[in-house]
Design a protein around this ligand. Structure first.
Ligand SMILES: [Zn+2]
Length: 296
């Protein structure tokens, strides 16, 4: 993998909002506003964009600077900082459970904006992100744009499916934790996994939102992921540290075991996702909705 500082592409004008790094030949990590990352992958038959960010700029125009051929959006999950850019694209896809449980609900909400009941831009309030917004940010235009909704997916993925880019395959793993329908995407050839928000190395590793999985399901997900710790070189989360080593999956599984043993006492926290219980693994750690029952 190329280093963080190599092959950076500075975007001009409106696109200065994005920082693009070529991390493998034909694979680009896009950092949006220092807040969230998504990925562009050029394949021989088809290109893929893994998540689309907040949609503050024309993400499709950005992607077109790097990708040729048809572009398929694959959402790791549908939280707004990962899918509000979907509206720029024709072909989107996500895990079946994510669409059925969460994605559908985000659609067709324009009436709620006109009634003043909902403001998509409210996601930036209290996020620590608001001061980073571009100076020309037009809140009203953004809200109306986002409210058009997510285009109906052309494909809903199941665990074990392969996404075919021609010369490369991405394997779909259903990883319920942050949301019940989240997926991670495995590129075996490059020993790399795209993590979405299933994990990250920060204090904003959120397992406390309404759409979260139950604790038992969460623990099963991280136990399963630990099985990839030795075969993966790189983990690519959407927040926090940009690139993590594969063995971080073992640290996570071990941390979860410590939580269940009762050896870490959680700290009550409140963030813009709501109240929760933070388990400190040492400068990072997960936030659960409730204190995790200690196993006896
Ligand atoms: Zn999320």
């Amino acid at each position: 993998m190329k280093s963080d500082c190599g092959n950076q592409h500075s975007q001009g004008g409106q696109m200065a909002w994005y920082q693009v790094d070529e991390i493998f030949p034909g694979v680009y990590r896009v950092e949006e506003g220092g807040f969230v990352a998504f990925f562009l992958l050029q394949g021989s038959e088809r290109s893929v964009i893994i998540d689309t960010g907040c949609g503050l700029r024309d993400v499709r125009a950005l992607a077109r600077n790097y990708l040729s051929g048809d572009i398929l959006v694959v959402n790791t999950h549908v939280h707004p900082d990962h899918s509000n850019g979907n509206a720029y694209f024709d072909a989107i896809s996500m895990g079946r459970i994510e669409w059925e449980e969460h994605g559908r609900k985000w659609n067709g909400n324009t009436h709620r904006i006109h009634s003043g009941d909902w403001q998509p831009s409210a996601i930036f309030e209290g996020s620590g992100f608001e001061h980073l917004l571009p100076s020309d940010f037009d809140r009203r235009a953004y809200d109306l744009f986002v409210a058009r909704g997510i285009p109906e997916p052309v494909r809903l993925w199941e665990d074990g499916d392969y996404i075919d880019l021609g010369d490369r395959q991405l394997e779909v793993l259903h990883t319920p934790a942050h949301t019940r329908g989240s997926i991670c995407l495995l590129d075996r050839e490059r020993a790399t996994m795209y993590m979405g928000d299933t994990l990250n190395k920060s204090k904003n590793w959120w397992l406390h939102l309404k759409c979260r999985a139950s604790p038992d399901v969460i623990f099963a997900t991280y136990e399963r992921l630990e099985g990839y710790a030795d075969e993966l070189d790189y983990l690519l989360p959407a927040h926090g540290e940009a690139i993590l080593p594969g063995h971080f999956l073992r640290d996570v599984a071990e941390g979860m075991a410590v939580i269940r043993s009762g050896a870490i006492r959680p700290k009550e926290v409140r963030n813009f996702g709501g109240a929760g219980y933070f388990y400190d693994f040492g400068a990072y750690g997960p936030v659960f909705a409730e204190p995790v029952p200690v196993e006896t």
